[in-house]
Design a protein around this ligand. Structure first.
Ligand code: SIN
Ligand code: CO
Length: 392
């Protein structure tokens, strides 16, 4: 809950002040956001993750064997790390919160923002001089210095069409001018918030520089229009189409006149302007998992009674790493629980409990529809038994 946000996390600001003054508007440097912070992950552990299949990892070498600003994609192996020079490279691993529970736990500090806005926690490691060049992201990001030191320089808000370096696989700005007073070296526990579209350049200043990027996503108008049109389109009967009953004879049968355009416009806008469908689509789209393959559906449907028995014996279900939940009240007083791109009707109490941080234990059974909903979520791979059990 945002009221629990400790003031030091946002540099003395309340969540409401931060959201009003900074979120999506202005960067904020926060010294000591996480006091006495110790990285829950070492550079070696990060390198280990980058060697695993299905983990999205990149290596950026400022002077790579194949040219400047060379980008390679994982999985890597020991030979990759053995050949790297002493400086000027960066290893970046996406969605580390999906693999390391202690990194996922950091997300509890960000409950002053809607959870469904979260993208992931990317972790970077860089020896001295390592950077990905001056660039712009279209995401809001909190750059938490986890170990070592990184110098961050900001170059203000730049237009969408700012020129970028040609001939490389990275989007590096052709020109980058540091704004006065926007040049800081971050120490462990310090954090820099950046709104989308803000030019930034972060260079490692130490042997052990690790930066955690807590990134927030927002669908583009392009994605939203296409995706909503697809969603609603699937439900429209073929009889719903352009109609021109009662029209007057055209002046010129080859002309697309204003009246025709107005009819088409009305058809499109009236079809799209459906708040109930919009809510159903939005919940599904904002809970789409980042990596669909990471959800492992069960091979056979689970018996809800078997789940009930396990919970009654004291077992506790967990939300799968990377699973996304959200809920919304419906007009009829029921709720829709959204989970990993699916939507299901249930009571507001159960929806809120499942989408929140509450443990999924025997107490969930006070909601009479819990067994069926839990079995459905379990079968979809959104819920599972704890991480450790799976490794046994
Ligand atoms: C990094 O951690 O090296 C780069 C993060 C960013 O600039 O988005
Ligand atoms: Co960036």
């Amino acid at each position: 809950m945002s009221t629990d946000t400790p003031r030091q996390l946002l540099g003395g600001l309340s969540a409401a002040d931060f959201l009003r003054e900074h979120w999506q508007r202005q960067p904020l440097l926060i010294r000591g956001a996480f006091p006495d912070f110790e990285s829950p992950l070492s550079p070696d552990e990060l390198a280990g993750l980058a060697c695993e299949d299905n983990v999205e990892a990149r290596l950026v070498e400022e002077r790579g064997p194949e040219g400047p600003w060379q980008v390679s994609h994982g999985p890597f192996d020991e030979a990759t790390f053995a050949r790297l020079p002493e400086r000027d490279w960066t290893l970046l691993v996406q969605a580390v919160d999906h693999y390391v529970p202690e990194v996922a736990a950091l997300l509890e500090a960000f409950t002053f923002l809607p959870r469904w806005r979260l993208d992931d926690i990317m972790v970077s490691y860089a020896p001295p001089g390592g950077s990905v060049g001056p660039h712009v992201d279209q995401y809001d990001v909190f750059l938490l210095q986890a170990s070592g030191r990184r110098r961050w320089q900001l170059g203000g808000k730049v237009p969408d069409d700012a020129p970028i370096l040609a001939g490389i696989d990275l989007r590096i700005l052709e020109t980058f001018e540091v704004e006065a007073g926007q040049d800081w070296t971050l120490e462990p526990g310090d954090m820099l918030y950046l709104p989308p579209g803000w030019a930034h350049h972060g260079v490692s200043q130490s042997e052990d520089c690790m930066t955690f990027s807590v990134g927030f996503r927002a669908p583009s108008a392009d994605e939203a229009v296409t995706s909503f049109a697809d969603y609603i389109g699937e439900q429209l009967p073929p009889s719903r189409r352009y109609a021109d009953a009662g029209m007057v004879p055209p002046d010129d049968p080859a002309e697309l006149d204003d009246a025709a355009l107005a009819r088409m416009r009305a058809l499109i806008l009236e079809t799209l302007d459906d708040p109930a469908q919009l809510a159903q689509w939005f919940g599904r789209v904002m809970t789409q998992p980042k990596y669909v393959d990471q959800l492992v559906p069960t091979e056979t449907p689970t018996d809800p009674e078997a789940l009930v028995a396990a919970l009654q014996e004291g077992e506790v279900l967990e939300r799968s790493p990377g699973s996304r939940f959200a809920w919304r009240l419906r007009e009829d007083g029921q709720a829709t629980l959204f989970a990993d791109g699916d939507g299901m009707e249930c009571s507001p109490g159960l929806a809120r409990a499942l989408a929140g941080p509450q443990p999924i234990d025997v107490d969930m059974l006070i909601h009479h529809e819990a067994p069926a909903i839990l079995a459905r979520l379990f079968d979809a791979g959104s819920l599972g038994w704890p991480w450790d059990d799976e490794e046994e």
